[in-house]
Design a protein around this ligand. Structure first.
Ligand code: NAD
Ligand code: UDP
Length: 313
């Protein structure tokens, strides 16, 4: 019988990482989930614990990573991802983007494994080009509070390319735009769980700034499909994966109130420093190279997410 392929997923107890663990178990692979639980949650992977093809290792990937078995794929998803989380953990965020990426690339090189890094639309910063194409170099403030995340991810992309060019590691760079869905932490501070929590409790919805800033929200199932296609394709990236349907945050707040049939009002709070004014992926490359585009409309994805939160909090 052919040996099962093995994949190491860092950040596998987080929101996206845990859905990736599920996906690769379904694909018939052996999954090793490495997570230090700084923003993750064991509940996200409890259902996998008894599966003989699943293994959880509690470890900080900013420290050396040793692994005796064969590894075919390394997916580096470990990093705080919510602005509230990375402002609370600035140094661990810089370390996991820099040292964590170095260590996981080292693992991929040693094992001759294919490597995929979870980069982000934040590499475009507060973009001056709209929508954002992969060719855009970005507008990032390196010394602002968000710099700890943005610059760590930009470094992560740079070191990934260096390992590709100088060590011939087979790499993939994925730039993820705002993604939401079941298993987000209700208190992670991102706009989707924040508004859902507030709407549940009929509390005022906290729109930062005047709410005219835009985001484009991708449902997790569409993203997981895009990641899988990039991993198994011959394209190195960077490739944007996200949903190009763009909404102002004020429109988004009203939609959450409507879908959750809430009595919440809207209040306005100060805009965080360097909060990007607009964000929308250009996904022409993903369509062309991966034959991928999102299928789930915001209304449907939000209904499913709200239902999940109702059942789980
Ligand atoms: P998350 O916070 O739910 O998951 C991150 C996981 O990484 C957590 O389980 C956390 O404990 C783990 N982690 C962090 N530092 C670690 C370390 N040093 N060692 C081991 N584990 C560590 O966030 P998420 O939304 O699932 O994001 C996952 C990845 O996707 C991140 O790299 C993030 O930058 C990227 N991303 C996410 C989005 C999004 O909209 N969700 C957008 C762009 C990029
Ligand atoms: N936001 C908001 N109210 C909140 C949380 C976030 O208005 O309670 C805004 C935030 O200022 C940003 C957008 O929603 O403009 C998305 O924020 P999020 O933290 O989800 O992630 P970002 O896209 O900024 O990384």
């Amino acid at each position: 019988m052919a040996r099962k392929k093995a994949v190491v997923i860092t950040g596998g107890a987080g929101f996206l990482g845990s859905h990736l663990c599920d996906r690769f178990i379904q694909e018939g692979m052996k999954v090793v989930c490495v997570d230090n639980l700084i923003t993750g949650n064991m509940n996200n992977i409890l259902h996998l614990q008894k599966n003989k093809d699943f293994r959880f290792i509690k470890h900080d990937v900013s420290k050396e990573l040793r692994f005796p078995d064969k590894v075919d794929f390394v997916l580096h998803f470990a990093s705080p991802a919510s602005p509230v989380d990375y402002l609370k953990h600035p140094i661990p965020t810089l370390k996991v983007g820099a040292l964590g990426t170095h260590n996981t690339l080292g693992l991929a090189k040693l094992k001759k494994a294919r490597y995929l890094i979870a980069s982000t639309s934040e590499v475009y910063g507060d973009p001056l080009e709209h929508p954002q194409k992969e060719t855009y170099w970005g507008n990032v403030n390196p010394i602002g509070p968000r710099g700890v995340y943005d610059e760590a991810k930009r470094f992560a992309e740079a070191i990934t390319m260096a390992y590709r060019r100088y060590h011939n590691v087979d790499t993939r760079i994925l730039r993820i735009f705002n993604t939401y869905g079941p298993r987000m932490r209700i208190n992670d501070g991102r706009v989707v769980p924040n508004f859902i929590y507030q709407a549940f409790h009929n509390k005022a919805i906290t729109v930062y700034g005047n709410g005219k800033q835009t985001r484009s929200f991708c449902y997790y199932s569409d993203l997981i499909e895009g990641i899988t296609r990039l991993l198994f394709s011959d394209n190195e990236g960077p490739v944007n994966i996200g949903n190009p349907d763009e909404f102002t945050i004020l429109e988004f707040a009203k939609l959450v109130i409507k879908i959750s049939e809430s009595k919440s009002t809207i209040c306005f709070e100060p805009l965080p420093t360097d909060d990007p004014k607009q964000r929308k992926p250009d996904i022409a490359l993903a369509k062309k190279l991966l034959k991928w585009e999102p299928k789930v409309k915001l209304q449907q994805g939000l209904e499913e997410t709200i239902q999940w939160f109702k059942e789980n909090i």
